[in-house]
Design a protein around this ligand. Structure first.
Ligand SMILES: N[C@@H](CCC(=O)N[C@@H](CS)C(=O)NCC(=O)O)C(=O)O
Length: 206
């Protein structure tokens, strides 16, 4: 059985959960707590020496770094392939997935911390930072159904973005981007959205 180390509400973890759900794989969530210091425990550092979530165990295989994890899942469980067949399409999926990790997620994590942990209102500058990343996603999407044409890992990476915008009640940042808005609606209808929405460990409502 696959085990996924998840500390709610990690957006990087929820990207992996989205892939697990898209591939309809059985998995068990090993819940860790940031507050309790679980990620710095000696036992967990043996699993992920970076002291971060997610990490994944699949029998004897242990992997950390969310991108390495989802690439592993796609290779190891190829029945629902989540990368296009052509090299250019694969590169497009990977670069947008990378953009989500490096640029979109950090901005949303900042907003989450400000609103949910520090209990402060988001400022115009916070929303502008989110919007700037949404514009990039909109440009990557263009007129396509999904980021790389067919549904891919990049779309799994976008799913927790949608869930987080909704959770933070800032979905309106995409109100003037109709194609992106329609794409986000398509993502919400996917099986993977259940995992992407799992901010807590409560079963995600559909
Ligand atoms: N590059 C890493 C980033 C993972 C990451 O930043 N995880 C955060 C949670 S969202 C974390 O575990 N931070 C450690 C901490 O806050 O103690 C990946 O893609 O897996």
């Amino acid at each position: 059985m696959i085990e996924i180390y998840y500390a709610p509400p990690s957006i990087y973890c929820r990207k992996v959960l989205a892939v697990l759900e898209e591939k309809d794989l059985d998995y068990e969530i090993k819940r860790l707590s940031f507050e309790a210091g679980d990620l710095e425990s000696e036992d967990y550092l043996k699993i992920n020496p970076n002291g971060e979530v997610p990490a994944l165990k699949d029998e004897d295989t242990v992997i950390y770094e969310s991108t390495a994890i989802i690439e592993y899942l796609n290779d190891e469980y190829p029945s629902e392939p989540l990368l296009p067949e052509d090299s250019a399409g694969r590169a497009q999926a990977r670069l947008v997935e990378d953009y989500c990790d490096l640029h979109v997620y950090p901005v949303l994590v900042d907003c989450y911390l400000k609103k949910e942990v520090q209990h402060e209102d988001l400022a115009d500058a916070d929303l502008a930072a989110v919007k700037q990343t949404m514009k990039r996603l909109d440009a990557y999407l263009g007129k396509k159904e999904f980021i790389a044409g067919a549904f891919s890992l990049a779309d799994c990476a976008a799913m927790p973005i949608v869930a987080t915008l909704e959770f933070l009640e800032i979905f309106d940042v995409v109100s003037d981007m109709p194609a992106l808005k329609a794409y986000f609606k398509r993502l919400k209808a996917r099986p993977g959205y259940k995992g992407a929405k799992m901010l807590s460990l409560e079963p995600a409502a559909s």
